[in-house]
Design a protein around this ligand. Structure first.
Ligand SMILES: [Zn+2]
Ligand SMILES: [Zn+2]
Length: 283
């Protein structure tokens, strides 16, 4: 483990943010009135202090705040963004890189061939500096972000256009798994368990606690693993494995956002956790 290489959580909620766009909930209204972003949209930063490079996984609409935090810690310019998939909360912030915004140079966007063509279409409406490069990645192949930090894309089932990936970020002996969105764990449970054994921390889609959360929409139309069920499904894992698992990408309705809730207590009693904005994992 080195203090020169690390991952940092830069946001923990689902694509609609918290306060959630259009929310009439009193507490959330208060945040809007006071212009407070209580929780930012799910994002992970990666820093290599030796090579002075830093990366984001996903370009959320909260990118300016997330980049600020990343730069404060890394003192490095942003070197690139790895995209998990093409839903709004994960690419909506790419416009900040345009000429009117960061106007950054010498910069890479990593994703699959299919995702890159979708991203290019989305970015067509903005004016970009020509020095943005797209780097095609293939599922399962390790690629270097820097000399010491490698990444591997793992495909997971999700209803987005194009591909949906999680990433395993690794140095020689430490690894972080980052899987913010997937439809269910059942379809890739074998891979999930293999990766959980390999990594030191595993950030997993914890959008909903249970099915009762969405009264205005059919929860089947927005499939995600349900944390309450996962606690049961994964009950035979060792405590060591459970402690690695931290839920991220929480929906505004998820009671795990409230640390005083009985659901949060139950999660902790079962040795699982919730990702916290600003937490570091040294690599
Ligand atoms: Zn999402
Ligand atoms: Zn998604």
């Amino acid at each position: 483990m080195s203090k020169d290489f690390f991952g940092i959580v830069l946001g923990i909620v689902q694509d609609g943010g918290y306060p959630h766009v259009g929310s009439l909930n009193m507490k959330q209204q208060e945040y809007f009135q006071n212009a407070i972003i209580k929780e930012k949209i799910t994002c992970l930063g990666i820093v290599d202090r030796i090579e002075k490079k830093s990366f984001l996984i996903d370009a959320t609409p909260h990118l300016p705040y997330q980049l600020d935090k990343l730069l404060e810690l890394s003192k490095n310019p942003l070197s690139g963004i790895l995209i998990t998939h093409t839903h709004w909360g994960h690419i909506g912030g790419l416009g900040w890189l345009s000429k009117e915004g960061l106007n950054h140079q010498d910069f890479k966007i990593f994703s699959s061939c299919d995702n890159i063509s979708i991203i290019k279409k989305y970015c067509d409406i903005f004016e970009f500096n020509t020095n943005i490069f797209f780097e095609k990645i293939t599922e399962g192949n390790l690629f270097h972000l820097t000399r010491n930090i490698k990444a591997k894309a793992v495909k997971v089932p999700h209803r987005a256009k194009g591909d949906t990936f999680g990433y395993v970020i690794a140095t020689g002996d430490r690894k972080i798994g980052y899987f913010p969105d997937c439809d269910s764990l059942q379809k890739w449970k074998g891979d999930f368990l293999k990766i959980l054994h390999e990594v030191d921390v595993f950030y997993l889609d914890g959008t909903f606690w249970n099915r009762k959360e969405l009264d205005s929409r059919n929860i089947n139309s927005v499939p995600h693993p349900l944390v309450e069920n996962l606690i049961e499904d994964l009950k035979d894992l060792s405590v060591e494995m459970k402690r690695k698992l931290k839920f991220i990408h929480l929906n505004q309705t998820n009671p795990l956002l409230d640390k005083s809730s009985s659901e949060f207590k139950k999660l902790r009693e079962n040795h699982f956790g919730v990702a916290e904005d600003g937490e570091l994992t040294f690599l």
